[in-house]
Design a protein. Sequence first.
Lengths: 265, 333
Amino acid sequence: MRIVTCVKQMPDPESPASLYSIDDVNKKVVPSSNVPPDVSDYDRYGVEAALMLKDKDADVHISVVSLGIDHSLDVIKRPVAMGCDDLYLIQGEDLDDPDPSITSHGLVAAVNQIGDVDLITFGRQSGNRDQASVGPGVAVILGWPCVTNAVDLEDIGDGKLRVERLSEGGTEIVEVNLPAVLTFSSEMPHQPRYATMRGIMQAKRVEPTIWSASDLGLDVASLEKIEVLDVFFPTSTTEVEIIEGDSPAEAGRALAQRLREARVI
Amino acid sequence: MAYENGVLVYGEAKDGRLLSITGELLNVGRQLADSLGQPLSAALIGEGTAELAQEAIALGADKVFVVDDAIFAEYLHDLHVPAAVNVAKEVDPYIILAGQTASGRDLAPHLAFHLDTGIAIDCTALEIDSSTNRMRATRPFSGGNFRQVIGVKTQPQMATIRSKAIDGAAPDTSRTGEVVNVNHGVDASQSRMKFIESKPIESEGVRLEDADVVVSGGRGIGGPEGFEGLEDLAAIFDGGAVGGSRAATDSGFTAPERMVGITGVIVAPNLYMAIGISGASQHLAGCGGAKTIVAINTDEEAQIFGSSSFGVVGDYKQVVPAFAEEVKKLLQG
């Protein structure tokens, strides 16, 4: 089986909003240089899902594909250090965190270049745009079925996967024909694995294949479907009233009385 | 011209009733349609939805497009998406709205790509720019740290709305409208996906999203045993339920389906108690609709206090039992 797992590089999500500024001209939020790059959190679960299939079948080959403007090799090689086989980067000035339509077409072009792909895995959404649209977009463009918000998977043979996914009020089991697209949420049976020493050495040796949008025959501007009209920080209006007491238990009792007085309870 | 066909919302129904997101969609859809001076349509895809068409009209729809078939009893991507595409092609609207719900977050982006158009995801406010007649869609992003206003450059302009971000429409049973049965044109035997079984979460008491009081724990709870105390506290309240931050659910302190946050359950209770929760923006996005947020945390610098009305700085292990005991007394008295 040949798997492509798509990962996005983004600014470290743990960095506070105060380290960002607003670029009013380009309608973007810009992280300060103190914000390190990271792999988008949910994408690690898509990588883990691919590796779970490889654990059971050594013939599984996993290619990591990422689209963006300025990949840090240290960051973007992390999925390879976790156990993936090779790395493809789609890079360019015109690919700075673009519209999901552009990203989806770019990833599809890469998948077509790689060829004979059976499965593409994603995180359920990026950590900095939260649009959850690129996995579905890739599936629609390729004409493949898509299971979103998956939390577990199993190859049941006969060109089918058995997938558990989040549903309203629980989970559900579906079977899906390959080739398919799956997006993964964090409610998996275990957390994404750490890189091994061997994986880190392996990742050092992997030379990424690098394409530009034009290498892949993409006309980026014509693919854009949404535009950012404005960007701003949310305003907080809440003023907290700290309830004190001689001891934590006293403060707890005072809190209950204050909530009663304010008719909250 | 699609402009004259106004706004189409994809309603949701379960067990023979419209879900609250449908009223929210019809409310904001009505506002957009009125701004444009164009009609509002609702699509109801499911089983038994024909009987709900009048209810959708009472909530503001001028026209209801009904797809009523047992094959749509459960949301299954490979059946619902083509049915939704066929309805959209029949209605040919100017704007399409859906809910950012378990099924809507799957349906909507697929629909957008099938219609070769753009979509603004998980919006909290929608309006029509009167100078251009185009939709302006406001959405939180980056886990809720920032806001942006999106314009969709292509037609139909699409958006999903966050549940509970917009009030539901009040029903007006005197409203009249048209009901259209749509031939969905979906052949279930061609599906590339098969529904095997659903695994509902067996939970006692009220559903988290419907709870009047939510007691949530985070990383600061330390382990599953700490959540037992939160269960006891929630049980004191009529309509109380327990939730958790992603740090707590990913660490196995409590069940994954209890995760409150942008990618978990969105709650809007009267009282939300955030205990040992730092207050990451992705968590706040899930509980920001609460009427009153109370934070208990040892770290007085924790971000959660910035979003709370009341707070106690202290160890929950000492604060919560005394608080629970006092609440019990007050509620009995």
